[in-house]
Design a protein around this ligand. Structure first.
Ligand code: AMP
Ligand code: ZN
Length: 123
């Protein structure tokens, strides 16, 4: 399968792996958007959130728990952090193997996008 993250899982492409267990791995994002920016991915190839099945619920919950554990290890669990799943084009997904972004170490902005008011108020 021609999947970048499966290649990282199979060690065909190098990555800075910071956590590994039987279900998931986590590695540093190549283009970090925060002092800590890593990705938690399942060993199972799932293309997008839309392909998650009932039997994957525990796996996805585990991904979230691993992100929280890494936040604890990195020392920003109390100050806070951002976790993100991007889905498909409008979600900004570029790699089609689900991954949970963990960003921490600085305050995050919110919301990510604010639509400009296009309609003038006339009345
Ligand atoms: P997304 O846009 O949500 O699909 O996120 C994909 C993420 O993968 C981006 O933040 C990229 O910077 C990151 N990325 C792409 N290639 C690599 C790589 N070889 N190693 C680590 N992270 C990568
Ligand atoms: Zn994959």
């Amino acid at each position: 399968m021609d999947c970048l993250f499966c290649k990282i899982l199979n060690k065909e492409i190098p990555a800075q792996i910071i956590y590994e267990d039987e279900k998931v791995i986590a590695f540093n994002d190549i283009n970090p958007q925060a002092p800590t920016h890593c990705l938690v991915i399942p060993r199972k190839h799932i293309a997008t959130l839309n392909q998650i099945e009932d039997t994957d619920q525990e796996l996805v919950g585990h991904m979230v728990q691993v992100a929280a554990k890494i936040a604890d290890q990195q020392g920003f669990d109390q100050t806070g952090y951002r976790t993100v799943f991007n889905c498909n084009e409008h979600g900004g997904q570029t790699v089609y193997h689900i991954h949970l972004h963990l960003l921490g170490g600085k305050p995050m902005g919110w919301p990510p996008y604010q639509e400009k008011l296009k309609t003038a108020v006339t009345q």
